[in-house]
Design a protein around this ligand. Structure first.
Ligand code: DAH
Length: 340
């Protein structure tokens, strides 16, 4: 074949018109063979004719032949793909089928409960304080009037990191941190994780507490009782009654535990152990020693504090029987608290 008058454009035009005329897989295969066939293919034939091209023209014509080969390969390939998607794939996509609904997450029951507690106290003007989970023995115990000899400091109950540092066993230490950098009067709560060497149906080595502290002038036990009454009725309904039982905490004097009437029964049940009362938190008037430690004058200010387990409140208000359910992340459990 004489390549002296050969022209890439017209060769491509011829190929493209043949490609456009293809109406079956057989004619596509025939065209492919006619152009790209190793022995008799058009392109092989053209490449063979390069032998007779004068040396000066060889680079240019060689380049053009390569472009032709590429263009033919590409267009044949694209044609085949277009056919495949028209004929085979398209009918398989049924746009009328219902889609797969993506699973949407929801708030964890502990998060829901924490939000409820924070919202209640925020509406009463409480600030939200924070403290570290790795705490010093000073903030977790000493400043809270809990000397070294106290049983709560025993290694059997507390995760110590070294002599002075530990995983906090209560959020009460945040009271001290908050008082160190605020002047009364104030109201604050501190929600957060705490850690204890404990593990059974109602105890987990990590759980959550919410601490509360109110300090001002002439704050009385009556203020504490009124606050807790409103809190209990907010959580468990307006029919809820409360009672305060004398108790002991090193950092409050007097101290008490708050019971509410059982939200599950009228006459006694398994949850309230037939007593009709359920304990929900510890509280008391801040001990003067604690005030002295942070530089407050106990003659001038007074205050009350309270602390509760968020898991316990969630179990009672949502009717959850086992604390371990909170941490297993079983979707069948968690999905029950979805609010849609
Ligand atoms: N920190 C106590 C506990 O972990 C709970 C508590 C009791 C906190 C009385 C207080 C309080 O602020 O006044 O058991």
């Amino acid at each position: 074949m004489d390549l002296s008058n050969w022209n890439l454009e017209s060769e491509l035009n011829v190929f493209e018109s043949k490609l456009a005329a293809i109406d079956s897989h057989e004619s596509w295969q025939a065209l492919k063979l006619a152009y790209l066939g190793k022995k008799q293919g058009k392109i092989t034939e053209l490449l063979m004719s390069m032998r007779d091209v004068p040396k000066a023209q060889k680079p240019l014509i060689g380049k053009e032949l390569n472009r032709l080969k590429k263009a033919v390969e590409t267009q044949l390939g694209e044609h085949a793909c277009a056919q495949a998607s028209n004929k085979n794939l398209a009918p398989k996509i049924d746009l009328t089928l219902p889609g797969i609904k993506p699973a949407i997450g929801s708030l964890h029951p502990l998060t829901i409960t924490r939000h409820r507690l924070i919202n209640f106290f925020a509406r009463l003007g409480y600030d939200v304080g924070e403290g570290p989970e790795i705490e010093t023995a000073y903030y977790n115990f000493e400043a809270l009037n809990t000397p070294e000899s106290h049983p709560a400091r025993d290694e059997a109950d507390t995760f110590y990191i070294d002599e002075q540092r530990l995983l906090r066993t209560q959020t009460s230490g945040v009271q001290i941190r908050y008082m160190e950098c605020h002047e009364p009067p104030f109201r604050m709560i501190a929600p957060g994780k705490v850690f204890r060497r404990d593990d059974d149906v109602t105890h987990s080595p990590m759980f959550h507490q919410l601490e509360g502290l109110v300090v001002g002038h002439d704050i009385t036990f009556g203020h504490l009782k009124g606050t807790l009454q409103a809190f209990a009725q907010h959580l468990f309904g307006p029919q809820t009654k409360i009672r305060l039982r004398p108790s002991f905490f090193p950092f409050t004097e007097p101290s008490a535990e708050l019971d509410v009437t059982c939200p599950f029964c009228e006459t006694g049940c398994r949850v309230c152990k037939q007593t009709r009362w359920i304990e929900i938190l510890g509280c008391g008037m801040v001990d003067p020693h604690v005030f002295e430690g942070v530089g407050y004058d106990p003659e001038k200010v007074s205050g009350f504090a309270f602390g509760m387990g968020i898991e316990r409140i969630a179990m009672l208000s949502l009717g959850i029987p086992d604390i371990r359910l909170f941490y297993q992340n079983d979707r069948r459990f968690l999905d029950q608290f979805k609010s849609e």
